[in-house]
Design a protein around this ligand. Structure first.
Ligand SMILES: Nc1ccn([C@@H]2O[C@H](COP(=O)(O)O)[C@@H](O)[C@H]2O)c(=O)n1
Ligand SMILES: C[C@@]1(CO)OP(=O)(O)OP(=O)(O)OC[C@H]1O
Length: 159
């Protein structure tokens, strides 16, 4: 068995930038999206780095550099699916647990849709993926509504 940890942070764009807010592959109705070269799906990125860490591979920026136009506005669930392929079939995802930190939006309204998207990319049953939201009690950059942070752990077991 091997465990990996992924952490990611993205800043909110200005409302007039018209960026969509995408978390765990879910388009969330919200007044602002996150800044990024890709779709800035901070949750998918944390899960991707947790999977890569568990597998002892390079990080997300190695496989999908933000200097490469191919990844502009990329669907990060698609990138996670690609990383699952890179990790290979000798490793099975035992479980993933992820936390999204923001005051708003409420994650619990969307968590099952996020779990479904993440589990699909990871080729595991929905029950193996957990997602939760928490505020930081208005403290720090997440508390001020400047951005969203996500952390994830991934456990891999040999088939
Ligand atoms: N972005 C968020 C923040 C919180 N939640 C839900 O609210 C509960 C209480 O959060 P606290 O930070 O006040 O402890 C939390 O357990 C979540 O159920 C959320 O969904 N999305
Ligand atoms: C997937 C990538 C591709 O540019 O997305 P970004 O939106 O740049 O997000 P970040 O989490 O800063 O780095 C990961 C990148 O590899």
């Amino acid at each position: 068995m091997r465990v990996g940890l992924g952490v990611d942070v993205h800043a909110f764009a200005a409302a007039e930038d018209g960026r969509k807010l995408v978390l765990g592959g879910v388009d969330i109705p919200f007044d602002r999206g996150l800044l990024g070269h890709s779709d800035a799906d901070v949750l998918a990125h944390a899960v991707t780095d947790a999977l890569l860490g568990a597998a002892g591979l390079e990080d997300i920026g190695h496989y999908f550099p933000d200097t490469d136009a191919r990844w502009r506005d990329a669907d990060s669930i698609g990138l996670l699916r690609e990383v699952r392929r890179i990790v290979g079939g000798s490793w099975e995802v035992a479980n993933v647990d992820a936390v999204v930190m923001c005051e708003r939006p409420k994650i619990r309204d969307h968590r099952d849709a996020m779990r479904k998207n993440l589990a699909g990319a990871l080729e595991v049953d929905f029950s193996r993926v957990s997602v939760r939201g928490t505020t930081t009690e208005r403290l720090g950059f997440t508390g001020r509504g400047e951005g969203i942070a996500a952390q994830a752990v991934c456990l891999l077991q040999e088939r």
